[in-house]
Design a protein around this ligand. Structure first.
Ligand SMILES: Cc1ncc(C[n+]2csc(CCOP(=O)(O)OP(=O)(O)O)c2C)c(N)n1
Length: 316
């Protein structure tokens, strides 16, 4: 496909802004985290921004997306307001889960984020459940089960794909494959080939998860199939995690093959937009600055919000 001919400026700018929002927010969290202002573990997704952003450009607020533990990026991509994320990380009542969730349990019903699960594979059946509800209720929203490569080792992955295929559910199985389960490479945690397994059940697509335009193109196809009622789709996105599994430090696995110049989804999109004359260098700088200001405001909001009252923990 000739991307230059097909990509609209508004789509390109939307995806660049969201990826920058996720990247710069993650970088700010990484800087603040060692100062102990956040009351939660964090799992950052620097380097992986293209996956959730390319997907969410095709989703509506009503579509329901279920996440695992690496939630900040996908939740922001889906529309969770940044102040509500920051307040949740700071453990304040104005957080999206009223300070009772923390980073792995972000909830925003308005933007189709009904909940997430820190149990690996826990999000998979939930996406199917939402899709079943949509089908039974004749609603036109779709369900998205968003999970990492390690979740494909869980039995629920197979049960869910089987059920979704049998019932032709409008659910997208989105595998954000960064090649690792914590520090364990895929070859050490998985005896199967993920895509070959999925192909036995449903339409299977593969995107370059470091290239937002590749994800955007393939999710467009996938979501269109779901909305036509033609059954579930599995989308595999191969990507790279630049940070450690958890916390604020850079990934220190020697053989993970990360090249931050070559693999950066933001650099790739910026280069494309400049080359296609869809954006100017001045606009790029403006976006970066506007995002920094947004993050400053979100932190101020979080810092000035109250902690929950201990009486809320009392069982009546
Ligand atoms: C059932 C279960 N087993 C083990 C864990 C511990 N654990 C937390 S994150 C993680 C790795 C998950 O890897 P993956 O699903 O590929 O997602 P990624 O962290 O790479 O985004 C593990 C094993 C867990 N949360 N749940």
């Amino acid at each position: 496909m000739d991307r230059k001919a097909t990509l609209k400026r508004e789509d390109g700018l939307w995806m660049l802004r969201r990826m920058r929002l996720i990247r710069q927010t993650s970088e700010r969290i990484a800087r603040l985290y060692p100062t102990n202002v956040m009351e939660t573990p964090v799992h950052l997704c620097i380097g992986q921004e293209a996956v959730s952003v390319g997907l969410c450009r095709h989703l509506r607020d009503a579509d329901k997306m279920f996440l695992g533990h690496r939630t900040h990026g996908p939740a922001l991509a889906k529309g969770l307001p940044l102040p509500k994320l920051m307040a949740e990380l700071y453990g304040r009542t104005t957080g999206c889960s009223h300070a009772f969730g923390g980073s792995m349990h972000l909830i925003d019903l308005e933007h189709g984020l009904p909940g997430s699960s820190a149990i690996i594979g826990g999000s998979i059946a939930l996406g199917c459940g939402a899709a079943l509800a949509a089908q039974l209720g004749k609603n036109d929203y779709v369900g998205v089960s968003y999970f990492g490569d390690a979740a494909t080792n869980a039995g629920v992955f197979y049960e869910s794909m089987n059920f979704a295929a049998l019932r032709k559910l409008p659910v997208l199985f989105l595998c954000e494959d960064n090649g690792y389960s914590n520090v364990m490479p895929k070859s050490a945690h998985s005896a199967h080939d993920i895509v070959s397994v999925a192909r036995q059940f449903m339409t299977t697509l593969q995107a370059d998860g470091t290239d937002v335009l590749s994800v955007y193109e393939h999710t467009g196809e996938a979501v269109a199939q779901l909305r036509r009622g033609e059954g579930p789709v599995f989308l595999h996105c191969a990507t790279k995690r630049w940070m450690k599994h958890q916390g604020h430090e850079a990934c220190d696995i020697v053989d993970n093959g990360i090249d931050r110049e070559r693999d950066c989804p933001i650099r790739k999109l910026e280069a494309f937009l400049l080359k296609s004359r869809l954006i100017t260098p001045a606009e790029l700088a403006q976006i970066e600055q506007a995002v920094e200001a947004e993050i400053d405001a979100a932190i101020q909001f979080a810092e000035s919000s109250p902690f929950p009252d201990p009486s809320l923990l009392e069982v009546s």
